[in-house]
Design a protein around this ligand. Sequence first.
Ligand code: PSV
Ligand code: MN
Length: 387
Amino acid sequence: MSILTPEILSELEKQAIELPSWAFGNSGTRFRVFGTPGTPRDPFEKIADAAQVHEHTALAPSVALHIPWDTCDFGDLRKHAEDLGMTLGTVNSNTFQDEDYKFGALTHEDAAVRRKAIDHHLACIDVMDATGSRDLKIWLAEGSNYPGQADMRGRQDRLNESLREIYARLGDDQRLVLEYKFFEPAFYHTDVPDWGTSYAQVSTLGEKAMVCLDTGHHAPGTNIEFIVMQLLRLGKLGSFDFNSRFYADDDLIVGAADPFQLFRILFEVVRGGGLNNPDVAFMLDQCHNIEDKIPGQIRSVLNVQEMTARALLVDREALTAAQRSGDVLGANAVFMDAFYTDVRPALAEWRESRGLPADPMAAFAASGYLERIAADRVGGVQAGWGA
Ligand code: PSV
Ligand code: MN
């Protein structure tokens, strides 16, 4: 008998993780962006690569777009995605790569710059209308570098005004998710640095505004699962950007840096009713600096699946009993037993029973897809940050 019960398997079967289109383009650090043979030259090729992740895992049926990086005919892109069995997901705005935004965008002192930034978001909502996307994700690279440089209070007020205008344009079935990040590119203050600020802002907008939690956007040592618990409790956890980090916003493969932290986060997701809950979108925000992009994404979605399985294995009854009776070590043992359970053989068997490869990494490597795109995608400009 498999260690994964039919109840657990039915939860795992419903799991869907959105891939970031930008993961398939070239990325790097501020020192160097490395190219890879076969890197997509346009959004159509990015979607084709994302479809490979889904084909081998049945875990990743949608792709998030970044505007303007993925600008194209969105009707055609939608059709292309649907032909490949994929959908277009979250639309990410970008107010961090334009000269006018040096001192801010939605918070800028100058009304003309704010207008331009708001209009960009309204254009993103037009994209959502064309792609059928539900969520607009806003991450703002806004803040200041020196004490006294900026009126932090005024910026918070202007941010709220700008967000209200964007929110007002959302359709009935559309949402806005506001992502926070504690620093970078600003080094002294950031306008949306933490979940509390994001929550304070989105709470004034309405029900269709939620918080986006990027797992790489906290100070070292932050108890991220506590934030997950609190946002779920408040009904304001709109989405995750999953990745992992050793130092700052490293954007590494999910679960690579701290698998136990991923387990703790997913346990709170399960505990708080966030698993397979349409209100809580699971996305990856991970960029590959040196590893092959498609298998990198396959590894990430499998890591999320494995840790979800382990989180579902926690004996909740035994845990609650131990918690209630003050059995500190007993409660911890129940928790750790699930974390230390190797679910990989059971997942491989289950995959095979569904007509999927037991080992998606090996199956993708054997498929020859990477060699094919390296041979076919000759000429043109490889996509990367800014394209
Ligand atoms: C910012 O660091 C971020 O996490 C946001 O989600 C951006 O949209 C994304 O990275 C891509 O640069
Ligand atoms: Mn992110």
